[in-house]
Design a binder for this molecule. Structure first.
Ligand code: PEP
Ligand code: MG
Length: 756
């Protein structure tokens, strides 16, 4: 069964559009189940009716021309209940309804399965036959399995097909939903950056100069031929004549009379070389993969290998892109810090990542840079986007492909409003951050790259609550030396002096893997991460801390922060290493007291150890991004569970209050540096809980200050009191938003943007 399923899913995946995919589904499912009829009904979003969309066995003339109400007939029964129906005598069922002209009269056995994607009913898959026998349990299981698998493909085909329908760029059809990653709106041209030498990730693009593209292709081909000839020669002695002859076959795949000719023809018709190569190779790879014979099926691997080799040479030869459009929207399967760094900042107006979620590190970097971002946009037909125009709405997480004039005007107006708000908020820069009744609360910023600092200072930040040192490590191709680190840290400390700069020791693992120190794990967020890595590699930890201490010479504004502490031993060991470094640098002639050392509370075990940890260190900082993911068991990087990730979950709020109380009992100051600190809805609650500082992305600082400066502590305390006995995140969010609205602050917070 798995083999049949694989084949069907593969075939459907290869379809050019939804209509072709549905044709394939009914054809293949009917053949696999050996039934007389297979039909797909899809729910129409506008009319909410179930439209007869594809059939094998019934009257094809009715395709697209006939529909049922959502609870009409047996199909409606399946759709409205979201349940399977298996009948040996369909006509005897009370919901049975004969539709004249469909040709169903002689089929008395009926089985229908709902097609559901992420709780959303897409349609119904039906099989019918004329002999009066009930479909077996195994057939029932097959239909359920196939409809569950096809649901995702149909949903994807519906969205991508609509998004690419240039002739119908209405607001609804061209919209793709992802997860809001970084606030703001960006309008510009999509530029897809693909991982190197991945045939499946090459975008289709017009050739700028066809002759040049043909030449590049021929030269890459010649180099691959030479490589293979060398390998063949080296193996001449070791292989039998028969096996050796395979190299000849292998080479002939690239001949002009075979795939090479096809690629060249596609380039001549206007496609660029990489796109032509990828399209031709993928078509043939899929063809081989679908073959019955296992030997032939395995040849798909050879074809892929050949294609990848040619692509590698093509990509090596391609100049690094220097012609970024004036308004570039960077699209990538997974956005990396180095990809963000490649584009001139003034040209980058938006970011779209197919993977990841709101609190992925890529989103946090985009927020740090003040670039609107949408994450987890898995349905975006990225390799067919060309250089199309996109609108990235970083507030609601939506992307508009080929936006209509009307959509464009709406978003241009929003951008103007944003600009006006930014200018208005800039007036707050010189003001202290304090509530209307005088409670001061220092606002700090999170940084990662030096460029963040200018913006942070401009926004009036009073310190750096979290400097993510790993970003400096991610942008290199090897570990930075102690001296290189010292210079980097010195720049950070100097730029902000005398204000404090909290430097976190290297926090890699999870979704932050260094290209030169890869960590492969099944469960990386529960694996070798943060302090666990650096305690296992004291040489890395010691070099980093020494670099920090040396950088602090004569400035004295360094604070050291330890990530991912889950046990007191980790804190004790780290402190011992830090003291050792301190002694070493003193012995080298540096003069300075031991800087304050703190730990992050971001793992549930640390919540219950807050008192013990507070006793050992000088300050605590809550990492609410990780704390939320670990308390709720929701991967912060997975868009599929983004709906379940709530910093304002009552369990998270309970933990935060517990941390603040335990820290203060030990006389230890406690700040929060997760993204929650920059969420204006959460801020009154954090104030009421008693956090001593809030540290956030610079982009959020002005509006957080606006909120704090417009409230009294009584307002904040009242909101916190209202939450007693509230057990749902949605209820908490409603109450928090009510306060923002009552105070007339919603225009700074953009609460209702989801309704656009
Ligand atoms: C956190 O987990 O909240 C945090 C600030 O650290 P990071 O986002 O870098 O994991
Ligand atoms: Mg963290």
């Amino acid at each position: 069964m798995i083999e049949v399923l694989r084949k069907i899913v593969q075939a459907v995946n290869d379809a050019d559009d939804l209509a072709q995919a549905l044709e394939l589904i009914v054809h293949e499912v009917r053949a696999a189940m050996q039934t007389e009829v297979c039909t797909v009904y899809l729910r129409d979003r506008g009319s909410q009716r179930l439209v007869f969309r594809a059939t094998e066995g019934l009257n094809k003339d009715k395709v697209g021309a006939f529909s049922l109400g959502i609870d009409e007939g047996l199909v409606g029964w399946v759709a409205s209940r979201g349940e399977m129906l298996n009948l040996d005598d369909a006509m005897a069922h009370p919901s049975f309804q004969l539709v004249p002209g469909l040709g169903e009269e002689s089929f008395n056995t009926f089985m229908g399965a709902p097609i559901i994607h992420q709780r959303d009913l897409l349609g119904v898959l039906v099989v019918q036959q004329s002999d009066t026998r009930r479909f077996s349990d195994a057939e029932e299981a097959f239909l359920i399995t196939i409809s569950a698998q096809l649901a995702a493909i149909i949903a994807h085909a519906e969205v991508t097909g609509a998004a690419l329908a240039i002739d119908a760029p209405s607001q609804d059809v061209s919209r793709i939903q992802g997860v809001a990653g970084s606030p703001g709106v960006g309008i510009g041209q999509a530029v897809f950056v693909s991982p190197t030498a991945d045939l499946g990730a090459v975008p289709s693009r017009q050739a700028v100069n066809r002759r040049q593209e043909i030449r590049a292709f021929r030269s890459a081909l010649a180099r691959v031929r030479d490589d293979i000839a060398v390998v063949a020669e080296n193996l001449r002695e070791e292989l039998s004549a028969e096996d050796h002859a395979l190299f000849g076959v292998y080479l002939s795949i690239l001949d002009d009379s075979a795939l090479g000719g096809e690629v060249a023809a596609l380039i001549k018709s206007g496609e660029w070389a990489q796109g032509a190569l990828s399209q031709v190779m993928i078509k043939h790879i899929r063809h081989f993969e679908r073959m019955e014979h296992s030997y032939l099926r395995e040849r798909a691997v050879d074809v892929r290998d050949l294609g990848t080799r040619v692509l590698t040479y093509l990509q090596d030869d391609a100049e690094t892109r220097s012609d970024w459009p004036e308004h570039t929207i960077l699209v990538a399967e997974e956005i990396t810090a180095s990809a963000l760094g490649e584009i001139p900042r003034e040209r980058l107006v938006g970011v779209v990542s197919l993977r990841g979620s709101a609190n992925s590190h890529a989103a946090i970097v985009a927020r740090g840079m003040g670039v609107p971002a949408v994450m987890g946009a898995a349905d975006l037909p990225y390799n067919r986007l060309g250089d199309r125009m996109l609108v990235v709405d970083g507030y609601s997480g939506r992307i508009y492909v080929n936006p209509s004039q009307q959509v464009l005007e709406r978003f241009q107006a929003l951008m103007e409003q944003d600009l006006a708000l930014t200018e208005e908020l800039a007036g707050l820069r010189g003001e202290l951050c304090q509530t209307l009744d005088g409670k001061r609360i220092p606002l700090w910023v999170n940084t990662g790259i030096i460029e963040d600092l200018a913006g942070a200072i401009e926004q009036g930040a009073e310190g750096v609550g979290l400097y993510r040192t790993e970003v400096g490590f991610l942008l290199r191709d090897r570990f930075p030396s102690e001296e290189e680190q010292r210079q980097l840290y010195r720049e950070q400390l100097e730029t902000f002096a005398p204000a404090p700069v909290t430097m976190r020791t290297l926090d890699i693992g999870g979704d932050k893997s260094l290209p030169y120190f890869p960590i492969q794990e099944d469960n990386p967020f529960l694996g070798w991460r943060g302090i666990r890595v650096t305690l296992d590699h004291p040489e890395i930890f010691l070099a980093q801390v020494r670099a920090m201490l040396k950088a602090n010479e004569g400035l004295g504004n360094l604070r050291i922060l330890l990530p991912m502490i889950s046990a007191v031993e980790e804190a004790d060991e780290s402190l011992a290493l830090i003291r050792r470094c301190h002694e070493e640098v003193l012995a080298e002639g540096y003069e300075q007291p031991l800087p304050p050392v703190g730990v992050m509370i971001e793992v549930p075990s640390a919540v219950w150890l807050t008192g013990a940890l507070a006793n050992r260190v000088d300050f605590l900082s809550v990492g609410s991004n990780d704390l939320t993911q670990y308390l709720l068991a929701v991967d912060r990087n997975n868009a599929r569970v983004a709906e379940l990730y709530h910093g304002l979950h009552p369990a998270v709020l309970g933990a935060l209050q517990q941390i603040v109380d335990a820290a203060h009992l030990e006389g230890c100051s406690v700040s929060i540096c997760g993204e929650m600190a920059g969420d204006p809805r959460a801020v009154p609650l954090l104030l009421a809980m008693g956090f001593d500082q809030l540290s956030m992305s610079a982009i959020n600082l002005p509006r957080v200050k606006k909120v704090i400066n417009s409230l009294t502590m009584a307002d904040a305390n009242e909101l916190l009191a209202e939450l007693i006995g509230v057990h749902s995140s949605h209820a908490v969010i409603r109450l928090a938003e009510n306060l923002i609205e009552r105070k007339g602050l919603d225009r700074y917070v953009r609460l209702n943007r989801d309704n656009r």
